[in-house]
Design a protein around this ligand. Structure first.
Ligand code: SAM
Length: 243
C-alpha cells in the first residue's frame, strides 16, 4: 500500500528506534489517570509505542498502511503475547470500527504526513466517532519551529505540504491545531513542544466534546422556544399540579 514506507522499513525495521517515544510515556501517564483501557494507534510504524502501551496493560489496535510494519507488529506481539491487533489500512478511508469503542486514540508524527486539509478534518471526525464519550485523542505533529520548516519543495497537488528529501510533510502552527480541534469537536487539554531528533513537534492531548450543535436560524428558534416552554413548565409545575 505504501511503497515509500515499505522501503524505509525494509532497509531498517527499527527505523524510529526500539525505545518508546517520550510522547508515548507522557500520554500513557495521562491515560492511566483517566482510566483508559483500550487504545487505537494510527500510523503505528514498527510499533515502538504500541508495544510499550500493551506491555503496560493496555489493549491496542493498530492501523498503518505499510505491510512491512504490520508483519513486524504481528510477530512482536505474538512473541511477547501482547494484546495487540494490527491492520493494514489507509486512514484516508473511514475507520473500520464500530462507533464509541475506544477510550483513546493516539498518533505520533502521522498527521503531518501528506494529508489535505479536507482529509485531516475527516480523520479527526472519524476518530471522534470511534471514541467513547469523553474519549481522549493524543497526537503529535511537526511544527513551524522545526529546523526544516521553510525548506523543501512545495507539493503542488496538496496545499501546505513540502517535499524534503523525499519526505512529504506539513508544518503546523498552534492556530491550525486549535482550529482543527474546535471544528471537529475536541477540546485541548494540554500542548507541549518537544524536539525529537531531528524534528520539532507539538504534542497534544485533547478530549472529545459532546456532539457539536450545528445551528441554522430555524432550528435555533425551535431550540429557543423549546427552552422557553421547558422553563415555563418548570417554574409553573407546582401551581399546575395544584390546579
Ligand atoms: C513518521 S512515521 C511514525 C511511525 C510511528 N508513529 C512512530 O513514531 O514510531 C508515520 C507512519 O504513518 C504511516 N502512514 C502514513 N500515512 C498513512 C496513511 N494514510 N494511512 C495509514 N498509515 C499511514 C506510515 O506508514 C508510517 O509508519
Amino acid at each position: 500500500m505504501s511503497e515509500f514506507w515499505d522501503r524505509v522499513y525494509k532497509s531498517d525495521s527499527t527505523f524510529f528506534g526500539e525505545e518508546p517515544s517520550s510522547f508515548a510515556n507522557l500520554s500513557f501517564n495521562h491515560m492511566k489517570s483517566n482510566n483508559v483501557k483500550k487504545v487505537l494507534e494510527i500510523g503505528a510504524g514498527h510499533g515502538r509505542d504500541t508495544m510499550f502501551f500493551a506491555s503496560n496493560g493496555l489493549e491496542v489496535e493498530d492501523l498503518d498502511y505499510s505491510s512491512k510494519v504490520i508483519n513486524i507488529i504481528i510477530k512482536k506481539a505474538h512473541e511477547k503475547k501482547l494484546p495487540v491487533k494490527p491492520q493494514l489500512f489507509d486512514v484516508k478511508e473511514p475507520l473500520p470500527f464500530k462507533d464509541a469503542c475506544f477510550d483513546a486514540a493516539y498518533s505520533h508524527m502521522l498527521l503531518n504526513m501528506r494529508f489535505s486539509q479536507h482529509e485531516l478534518h475527516s480523520i479527526f471526525s472519524e476518530i471522534r466517532c470511534v471514541l467513547k464519550p469523553n474519549g481522549m485523542n493524543y497526537f503529535s505533529v511537526r511544527n513551524h519551529n522545526g529546523q526544516f520548516h521553510g525548506s523543501g519543495v512545495k507539493v503542488e497537488e496538496v496545499e501546505g505540504i513540502y517535499d524534503i528529501n523525499g519526505f512529504e510533510v506539513r508544518f503546523f502552527s498552534e492556530k491550525e491545531i486549535l482550529d482543527l480541534m474546535a471544528k471537529e469537536g475536541f477540546k485541548m487539554l494540554w500542548m507541549r513542544e518537544e524536539y525529537e531528533e531531528p524534528v520539532t513537534l507539538y504534542l497534544v492531548a485533547s478530549i472529545k466534546l459532546k456532539k457539536p450543535i450545528y445551528v441554522n436560524v430555524e432550528s435555533h428558534l425551535e431550540i429557543f422556544n423549546y427552552l422557553r416552554l421547558h422553563h415555563f413548565l418548570q417554574t409553573h409545575a407546582k401551581y399546575m399540579m395544584i390546579i
